[in-house]
Design a protein around this ligand. Structure first.
Ligand code: MIC
Ligand code: SF4
Length: 649
């Protein structure tokens, strides 16, 4: 079996800088494009500054303003000025607030089949809908890729999801990925790339493919991708980017580790119930649940086709008197086309509240549902508290199901809406890039605007040889980065201010954690399986580190969060059920000979001081990761990195 026969392997082989393409081995990949957004981007650009490069060394880097668009104080506006000046200074494109959600705009305007994309956002795999190898990463990794360094990753196993049959009416791309989530769970994609193939692929448009690859992030997969075919070619042509197209297909007889068959004609409209994207049930089974709010948008389901269908379904009707319907289009292109065609008017007339083109309610930036209320959202995450209402009940569904709920006031099968309108992609998309500022030719005289909200990166000390740690928090499985560090309109504006944001660590799940951690000296957290699932936000590793968290013990880690912990010098230690059961909140833990152990050993002794017990944890780390941990984090190695940062282009 050759790793180079499937699409993922072909792209990796063409970008391989270090290592061998053997599943489980560590490789270094060349990154063609990067994307950042405003909530993670401020740290990324501070990191770029600390690397001392003169100009980005990728083929293309784009800085998007889409998360922090609510301006309840000066912070977000300050951050945008910083990011605009930093993009110009380092030669990146700047997508202004109002231009759209990074993933949607990247798909429309920048993604290129066969290239690699690294983004400081976990839904970067959206561009996999175009046949791009697109991955989310922590900001440090993205800043290093911008500096021309390799991106290090463990070679994933590749699963083929073979699609056959035809989607029945009222069933959409969202139902395909919800079906997979129900089947595989939020851990089903760990260590894998999900590659789509089979006879039904040609019947899915690029935005439909992107809905599926977008939510591959919820499976925990490295990324997801589709072939680049005639459908891709047409999509790029209507975006006036035909020159970006190249075909890319799996080779005949490509051997996959695992094959999952989905006959699309057997699917029905599905819903992910509170509060996990894998708690999936047919909408039919939930029929009758009263709905208070419906939110349509996010990088998952806010393409032209999605919203045109929503407008057609709403035309001439009025939403239920007890439902608040909000719609946030994914990009300015989408909004502008809907406006010019009169579809926006159809939405407004039906009673929809039209929101800014941005992430908005998906990241808790407004539109929190009423207390105890039910919100049906076309988004990708319904983690507890993410909506801004701690006891809100968030259901994830397709735009079809969402509109049906908005009109009926309860969850219903969308077939109750009558005939399904026929929505086709237009012959040509409206292309206007005037809200994307290209980098200037000469960048070295540009001054970066360090506004008052931007606090410098902290100095992190090296890994000590002896650690006495208080176990401050024992948690269950599937802890999310939203649990560790919530989003929302109060916390997001603090993304550039580490001392301030660190006060919100575990604010919802364990109020008081920040104060205790600060007063307790060095601390450790114990988690279950899949610790840190969700976002790429490196603040969820850096802010706890700032409070004194030196190690996290867990049964398993989500890969993005694990990489972020290592990048900031926090030790990720694996424990089995037995050790997990023996440790309690409040235990005092001693780690001795830490430097030598981390440098050389596969195991580390966890000494429970008061109980006089010795447990064993596993250090599943590459040599490179060991070096980073010993240095106290990736940026402490930056001199070493700088010397290796040869420009590729
Ligand atoms: C999210 O969907 O949780 C976010 C907000 O887009 C994050 C990034 C962040 O925390 O800034 C993500 O998915 O990586
Ligand atoms: Fe924005 Fe939501 Fe997509 Fe994250 S998941 S990028 S918050 S729209």
């Amino acid at each position: 079996m050759s790793y180079r026969d499937h699409i993922a392997g072909q792209i990796m082989a063409a970008h391989l800088l270090e290592g061998e393409l053997i599943p489980g081995a560590e490789i270094g990949l060349r990154i063609d494009q990067t994307l950042t957004q405003d909530a993670t981007g401020t740290l990324v650009y501070l990191e770029v500054m600390s690397l001392g490069i003169d100009r980005v060394r990728t083929k293309l880097s784009v800085s998007y303003m889409d998360h922090n668009t609510l301006q309840t104080g000066h912070e977000n506006a300050d951050d945008h000025l910083f990011l605009q000046s930093a993009a110009a200074r380092y030669g990146a494109y700047f997508s202004r607030p109002g231009n759209g959600i990074c993933h949607q705009v990247h798909l429309e305007r920048f993604g290129i089949p066969g290239q690699t994309l690294l983004g400081s956002d976990s839904h970067t795999p959206t561009a996999g809908g175009l046949g791009m190898l697109a991955m989310g990463a922590g900001g440090v990794d993205v800043s290093l890729a911008m500096a021309g360094a390799a991106f290090y990753m463990t070679v994933p196993r590749v699963t083929l999801v073979r699609l056959s049959g035809e989607l029945p009416p009222w069933v959409g791309a969202k139902d395909v990925i919800l079906h997979l989530l129900g089947k595989l769970t939020v851990r089903g994609g760990l260590g894998k790339i999900m590659e789509y193939g089979g006879p039904a692929v040609k019947r899915l448009s690029v935005p439909e493919r992107a809905t599926i690859t977008n939510m591959g992030a919820e499976l925990g997969a490295w990324t997801s991708l589709f072939p680049s075919d005639e459908v891709t070619k047409r999509f790029l042509a209507v975006q006036k980017r035909q020159e970006s197209w190249t075909p890319i297909h799996a080779r005949e007889g490509a051997d996959y580790e695992e094959v999952i068959e989905i006959d699309l004609s057997t699917l029905e409209p599905l819903v992910a119930c509170p509060s996990s994207p894998d708690a999936v049930k047919p909408v039919q089974e939930l029929s009758g649940i009263k709905v208070d709010q419906v939110a349509i948008g996010s990088c998952t389901n806010s393409s032209y086709r999605d919203l045109k269908l929503v407008a057609e379904l709403l035309r001439g009707k009025t939403i239920h008197p007890e439902v608040s319907l909000v719609i946030a289009p994914g990009s300015r292109q989408v909004l502008s086309m809907l406006a010019k065609q009169g579809s926006l008017g159809d939405m407004i007339d039906a009673g929809a509240r039209i929101l800014e083109v941005a992430c908005g309610p998906c990241i808790g930036m407004g539109q929190a549902p009423p207390s105890g209320g039910v919100s049906v959202r076309t988004f990708n995450r319904n983690f507890p508290g993410r909506s801004g209402t701690p006891d809100g009940h968030v259901y994830l569904a397709s735009p079809q199901v969402a509109v049906a709920a908005a009109l009926a006031g309860r969850l219903v099968h969308p077939a109750e809406l009558g005939a399904l309108p026929d929505v086709a992609d237009p012959e040509i998309f409206l292309v206007d890039d005037s809200m994307i500022i290209p980098p200037p030719a000469k960048t070295d005289e540009i001054t970066i605007r360090m506004s008052p909200n931007i606090k410098p990166l902290p100095e992190l000390d090296q890994l000590p040889d002896y650690l006495k740690l208080k176990l401050l928090l024992k948690l269950g499985d599937n802890i999310t980065t939203d649990d560790i560090l919530p989003g929302g309109s109060k916390v997001l504006p603090l993304r550039s201010n580490l001392p301030a944001i660190s006060q919100h660590v575990y604010a919802l799940k364990a109020p008081g954690f920040a104060e205790e951690a600060r007063s307790d000296g060095d601390v450790v957290i114990l988690g279950g399986e899949n610790y840190g699932q969700g976002s790429s936000r490196e603040h969820a590793a850096l802010a706890p580190r700032f409070l004194g968290v030196r190690a996290v013990l867990a049964k398993s880690f989500a890969r993005l969060h694990r990489a972020n912990l290592i990048n900031f010098g926090v030790l990720p230690v694996l424990v089995r059920n037995r050790e997990y059961d023996q440790m309690e909140q409040g235990d005092e833990i001693e780690l001795v000979d830490v430097r030598k152990t981390v440098a050389e050993n596969a195991e580390i002794i966890i000494n429970l001081m008061k109980k006089g017990q010795e447990l064993t944890g596993r250090l599943d780390l590459s040599q490179r990761e060991r070096k980073v941990l010993l240095a106290g984090g990736r940026l402490n190695l930056d001199n070493l990195v700088k010397s290796r940062c040869a420009p590729f282009y």
